[in-house]
Ligand binder design. Sequence first.
Ligand code: FAD
Length: 615
Amino acid sequence: MPSYTAPLREMRFVFNDLLRITDYADVPGYGELTEELVDAVLEGGARIAEDVWAPLNQVGDEEGCRFENGVVRAPAGFKAAFDAWYQGGWNAIAAPTAWGGQGLPGILAMAISEMAMSSNLSLSTYIGLSGGVAGVLMAIAPDELKQIYLPKMLAGEWTGTMNLTEPHCGTDLKLMRTKAVEQPDGSYAITGTKIFITGGDHDMAENIAHLVLAKVEGEGEGLAAVSLFLVPKYQVNDDGSLGPANGVVCGGIEHKMGIRGSATAVLHYEGAIGHRLGARPPAKTEGADDAKSGKAKGGSSRGMAGMFQMMNGARIGVGYQGIALSEVAYQNAAAYARERLAGRALTGAKYPEQAADPIVVHPDVRRMLLHMRAFNEGARALLLWLSHEATVSRHGGDKERRQLLGDLFNLLTPVIKAHFTDVGYECVNMAMQCYGGHGYVREHGMEQFVRDSRISQLYEGANGVQALDLVGRRLGHENGRPVRGLFGLISTFLADQDGEEMAPFTAPLKRGLDDLMAATGWLAQHASQNREEAGAASADYLRLMGTVLIGYIWARMARIALDRLAEGTDDPGFYEMKLNTARYYMGRVMPDTAALKAKASAGAEVLMTPDDEAF
Ligand SMILES: Cc1cc2nc3c(=O)[nH]c(=O)nc-3n(C[C@H](O)[C@H](O)[C@H](O)COP(=O)(O)OP(=O)(O)OC[C@H]3O[C@@H](n4cnc5c(N)ncnc54)[C@H](O)[C@@H]3O)c2cc1C
């Protein structure tokens, strides 16, 4: 069975060395932070993830969810682990104190969620989505619904789901058929079928709050007619008690490649009573092509804006799944590599007392281990840095910084979603490779990590659609202000580094930035004349941007490691390894930017020339 140890030393490095979170006492939630409090929170999260959730991961995969007599049953043990999470208050770390939360910074909750996802991705999906639904309700639900739903959801008595996908449409939501018909009492009757709904039905909570996108009868066609509805599984009385079933019928669950403990349900809405969320649209105009890219135009309601807000948050969460699975897979691969004996070191036996050396002596095994580690540490630091900066900039006085961070967060959301899950999946596969044939059999759990992590490239908007969203919409936002802000941020950092010791980190970063700027210039020139050029470049461009971003954060971490070693530290091994991993990233990953630039600017012609029938 695989094991999991929360990466507390790494998280402490990010919080204390990189972000210096105790320096932001004026920012709401940060005032109470001390290194001791952060340690206590992280250690508490580690206990439940390692001791309660991780032991259920393989069981959940083998048993899976079951659909019995119209009811979905979660795997054995999930309900107790789910309850332990809520009873420990782990879902409420960053929730507002007004709703019974602890009001601590969101980055602490993110670190805890990493532990949840690493230890048991299936179980984490129920909780992650419920948190997202609660966030939408806090933002746009009328007060009477908030008063009823939020305490139940934050206590884990009720869970939440997000319903967009239908049998004939996932990406292109303007094809949606689910209808909402206004009733005399102001509620809506919802009718239609949604598929692939995560946590759509299960037996771990009393009620489920479904957020459903549906077209309102009489409000036009396309995306302009789409609004957001809150549709409970059981009707809810004014005092919060449960009423009768609400016409939401579970038609079954999917039999999937991975996350088999996460119920993926077909839901039939048969005139179910729904509450419209957000104001009605001000005007009815035809929407854009692709709702999942967040492109609804004109008449899009505030409810849709709420759903897009949830989807953006969910994309960051799914991006984090890429790191979380790569982390747990790496840990097991590293442990195996230190134990498994095969061959001898190329320079001669390193452990002559043993029949063979452990495979960790081999350069190629080390290459795989360092590759995973460079991604895990770099991507985690980047994501927490960006989230932290976005939060603190909202509370500081510097308008320019606030605008820059808002821009960056918006620009980089699809990059985090797609790059982190693409590379995360590659890393999980590498971890399996370290096990040889033993990675392919079930016993060690590595093949489960591969199967579980694959979904993150598909759901929350397939990665190809994320890339299209980046180049087609976010790159040109405000005439390119966000991407210019990104270039400025990295250039300023580079200009501030003058010491020779930083050259191994700054020179590759500078080359990567030049490649990114050149590819951006190529896109600006070609994509405006021919949108197929943007589509053809999109995946390589997104990967180029993701690679440079992680390079940026690695250069910053190298700076910190050099400084700590120069001033003297009681943990030199940690900082030396940090520098070594930074060198790996600069030497072995950053050179990819030249190839990615070439691919991103290779043009659409070769893709678009063959007739459709030729494929
Ligand atoms: C396990 C699981 C859980 C899920 N959970 C939920 C959930 O909780 N709620 C929910 O609403 N949905 C959920 N989904 C659905 C998921 O979000 C969709 O499957 C996903 O968005 C892709 O939609 P699709 O499957 O219809 O693919 P399609 O839209 O048919 O796309 C197929 C392929 O074509 C590409 N493509 C499509 N359009 C374009 C374009 N314009 N340009 C370039 N490429 C394009 C896509 O990138 C993709 O590779 C879940 C799915 C799974 C498998």
